[in-house]
Design a protein around this ligand. Structure first.
Ligand code: NAD
Length: 233
């Protein structure tokens, strides 16, 4: 089976009703990034940050994977697929994708404030446990914090992601503006023999690469359908 690696971003989940990062009217216009997605923001106002992620978790219970997520899961019948996602939602998993690497953490997980990447303290919340309160503690006695990689923090899964991209026969980039590093740099690890597709309804700045890119100017659902048809030839 050919190895197909997907690199997905916020646009992958847009058709499920989750706002993207930079599109006009996106969620992040209402909440400054420095306030809710940095360690400093959390140190300054843990209640605001906790409320923000509670709200994201509550919203996640109300949305469903879209056709694009589901088609990627179905494509596992024909391809050896690894999904590398910048998204913190669990829609790829809920659609049935069996191998998902989250670069920026997972909304439905919480961890220790002191050692956020220590597996001993990472815990998956049940859907009904979406509301975390100040005073809820991790196993090491520190305040439970979201298992989210904030801006300025290391991205522990980037090395394993690089390995998958290097091995890929086909790389499919979906719904990411390729602005957030190190995720945006993953494309550079694709081998010269790797076929690269980019699915996005809007223009994406990929001038930094010499790799030929097959553009599919469509939203995730229609775009993945077109990808599959194209690959079938
Ligand atoms: P981004 O918002 O910077 O870029 C989104 C891209 O999706 C844009 O290029 C846009 O044109 C495209 N897009 C819009 N609608 C689309 C559709 N229907 N189908 C396909 N593509 C569509 O997002 P990013 O590059 O992922 O970077 C944002 C950061 O914000 C990431 O770090 C991510 O962790 C975080 N984030 C995550 C979620 C989530 O988990 N669902 C949502 C918002 C932001």
């Amino acid at each position: 089976m050919k190895k197909l690696v997907v690199l997905s971003g916020a646009g992958m989940s847009a058709e499920s009703g989750i706002s993207t990062f930079r599109d006009a009217g996106g969620l992040w216009e209402q909440y400054p990034v420095e306030a809710v997605a940095t360690p400093d923001g959390y140190a300054r106002d843990p209640e605001l940050v906790t409320r923000f992620y509670n709200e994201r978790r509550r919203q996640l219970q109300e949305v469903e994977p879209n056709r694009g997520h589901c088609l990627l899961a179905e494509m596992e019948r024909e391809y050896d697929i690894t999904v590398i996602t910048q998204n913190v939602d669990n829609l790829h998993e809920r659609a049935g994708s069996s191998h998902v690497i989250h670069l920026h953490g997972e909304l439905m997980k919480v961890t220790s404030s002191r050692q956020p990447n220590n597996p001993a303290y990472i815990r998956e919340l049940k859907p009904e446990e979406w509301e975390v309160k100040i005073g809820d503690l991790a196993a090491d006695g520190t305040q439970l914090r979201p298992f989210i990689v904030w801006f300025g923090e290391a991205v522990p899964n980037i090395e394993v992601a690089v390995e998958y991209v290097e091995q890929a026969d086909i790389l499919v980039i979906i719904g990411t503006s390729l602005n957030v590093y190190p995720a945006a740099g993953l494309l550079h690890y694709a081998s010269p023999r790797c076929e690269v597709f980019l699915i996005d309804p809007n223009e994406v700045n990929v001038t930094a690469t010499h790799h030929p890119i097959n553009l599919i100017r469509k939203g995730a659902s229609e775009g993945v359908k077109e990808l599959w048809d194209t690959l079938k030839g």
